[in-house]
Ligand binder design. Sequence first.
Ligand code: SAM
Ligand code: DTB
Ligand code: SF4
Length: 339
Amino acid sequence: MTYDELHRLYHLPFFELLKQGRAVHEANWPEADVQLCTLLSIKTGGCSEDCSYCAQSARYNSGIEVERLMAKDDIMERARAARETGSTRFCMGAAWRGVRGGTQRFEQVLDIVRDVSQLGMEVCVTLGELGPDEAVALKEAGVTAYNHNLDTSPEHYPNIVTTHTYDDRLRTIRNVQEAGMSVCCGGILGLGETIEDRLKMLEVISNFNPQPESVPINSLMPMPGTPLSENAQVDPLDLARMIAVTRIAIPKAKVRLSAGRTRLSDEAQALCFFAGANSIFYGDKLLTAKNPAVEKDQALLAKLGLGTLAPNLSLESPSASLNRPLSPATADEAKCGCC
Ligand code: SAM
Ligand code: DTB
Ligand code: SF4
């Protein structure tokens, strides 16, 4: 969708926008089920990057404990527990700038993925920058989806992160698509951006070819010690608008109501589900930040009469290209400075 189309939709009267989002949702997701995804931080903190929202950057004193890559047995235990509570997608995150083939830690990650993928859940990983070979290796090991967010508009991105570029992020997403994994790509609201920035981000994401399989919409969790620790909370009505526009622009995606649900009332979350959200992170913790308790989410879904989505293990992305070209100056080989 073009920026102008997104802008027109976003600024409709609230109920008209919600009505349109709902209609697209019902046409594409007639069962109205919600996908439950559990996150696990398999390598926490000490990251070289300066993402100004993130508690895991080594540049800020956020107070989180830096941890090495978790042992496979411990990860398997957490993955089995996630499956038992009803999750159909297990997403492992690592505080790395990226990964490089041939390193011991990448081999360890592949080994972990091979085992987790035997559990019958969708397997998502988010490890930062990937080259084409790393993307193929992850796909072959059993990854179904790769999470790599654009976070905000191309214009606002340099105000938030300076250690890598928007084009670096786009290049990784293209490598993921070409390896045949599905793309999970979204952003964060509350980074000091304008509504226009939010819609420009959505313009980029909705023009991926193919469109992403899932789109997480995070609200900033202000983390102590980070430059954005004092940012104001996102207005839940703006969040619901953004969800509705995302649903209309990317009809077949799972639109994930992601970080920030601890600060949303049941009513605000219900509005977001009505507007088109059909997935949540499920489990008491995100990566380092809090998430609602499992029992609380189960009670909310029951109150709303919402069922849960089964896993789709055949997720893949047909031959693909990003419609937004990389800028020529940075379109050379991906450089990973972390390993
Ligand atoms: N290092 C990898 C990367 O940057 O892609 C993977 C981990 S990173 C923590 C995954 C995503 O979490 C980020 O892209 C961002 O969208 C989200 N995130 C991180 N900190 C957040 C915060 N404080 N509030 C909301 N979302 C956050
Ligand atoms: C996404 O878009 N949100 C998740 C997941 N993908 C990896 C991460 C949210 C992190 C929130 C802050 C934290 O837990 O440190
Ligand atoms: Fe956090 Fe990922 Fe940025 Fe590292 S690259 S600081 S883990 S968001």
